[in-house]
Ligand binder design. Structure first.
Ligand code: SF4
Ligand code: SF4
Length: 222
C-alpha cells in the first residue's frame, strides 16, 4: 500500500493538497533495522551509566594548546556566540592576557579554530561528556600569555609571543620595525625589556617597543 497524493484548485485559483490512502504499515527498512538491533544490540550508549565515546570526527568542545597559541585574540574576535572571554591585566607583573572558552554558551561552530593564526592554538576535540558538570564555571578552558607594554606611554602593544610570531613571519622585513625586531631580540634575551614610561619621547627612543600612537608622534616630532 503506497501514499496517494492529489491536488485540487479552489474557485479563487489557490491550489490545495489532498492526502489519501497513506501507508500505515511499517516500512521494510524499519523492519530490517529492528531485526539488526535484536541481533547486534542497541545503537544508543548507556551514558551516564557508562562513559560516552563519541565518533572520531565528532566536532565537540574546542581546547587551547598552550605551546601553539600566541595569544593574538583572533579567536575571541570571531567567536560567534561570544563565549570566549578576554581579560588583559596590565597591572600584574608581568602583564597578562587570559583567554577563556565558556562551554555553557559555546555552540561548537569551529570558527575559533578556523581563524586561529597558527592553525594549532585552539582545536576542536571529539569530547562531549566532560560538559556534564554541576557548576558552569567548571566547564571552562583557558590559556594565559604575557603582554608587552609600550615603552613610551605604557599602553598594551600585544601579546609577547604574538609579536615574536609576526616578526618571524616577516623575516628580514622585521628590521623595518623596531617593535618587531626588538620583540624577537628580547625573546632571545639579547635585549632587556624597558617598560619605564617616558614623559618626553626623544630621537633615541625610536629604538624602543612603541605603540602606533607613540611611533607616529616620535616620527613626526623628532
Ligand atoms: S566553537 Fe564557536 S562558539 Fe565555541 S568558542 Fe569557538 S567560535 Fe566560539
Ligand atoms: S593563536 Fe589561535 S588560539 Fe591563540 S589567541 Fe590567537 S587565534 Fe586564539
Amino acid at each position: 500500500m503506497g501514499i496517494n497524493i492529489s491536488y485540487s484548485v479552489t474557485d479563487d485559483g489557490r491550489r490545495t493538497t489532498v492526502y489519501g490512502n497513506i501507508m500505515r504499515y511499517p516500512k521494510i527498512r524499519e523492519l530490517i533495522e529492528a531485526i539488526k538491533a535484536v541481533v547486534k544490540g542497541p545503537y544508543t550508549s548507556k551514558f551516564p551509566f557508562e562513559p560516552h565515546i563519541p565518533e572520531k570526527r565528532y566536532r565537540g568542545q574546542p581546547v587551547y594548546h598552550d605551546d601553539d597559541c600566541v595569544g593574538c585574540g583572533a579567536c575571541y574576535e570571531v567567536c560567534t556566540s561570544g563565549c570566549i572571554k578576554k581579560t588583559d591585566d596590565l597591572d600584574s607583573d608581568p602583564p597578562r592576557r587570559k583567554l577563556e572558552i565558556h562551554y555553557d554558551s559555546c555552540i561548537f561552530c569551529g570558527q575559533c579554530q578556523a581563524a586561529c593564526i597558527t592553525k594549532e592554538g585552539v582545536k576542536q576535540t571529539n569530547k562531549l561528556d566532560d560538559l556534564s558538570v554541576f557548576d558552569r564555571n567548571d566547564a571552562v578552558n583557558s590559556v594565559e600569555k604575557e603582554l608587552v607594554l609600550c615603552e613610551g606611554c605604557g599602553c598594551m602593544v600585544g601579546a609577547k609571543e604574538h609579536l615574536v610570531w609576526v616578526s618571524k613571519k616577516l623575516g628580514p622585513l622585521a628590521y623595518s620595525s623596531p617593535t618587531s625586531y626588538l620583540s624577537t631580540l628580547k625573546d632571545l634575551k639579547l635585549s632587556y625589556l624597558n617598560v619605564e614610561k617616558s614623559d618626553d619621547l626623544t630621537r633615541p627612543d625610536r629604538i624602543k617597543i612603541l605603540c602606533p600612537k607613540c611611533r607616529r608622534e616620535i616620527t613626526l616630532n623628532t
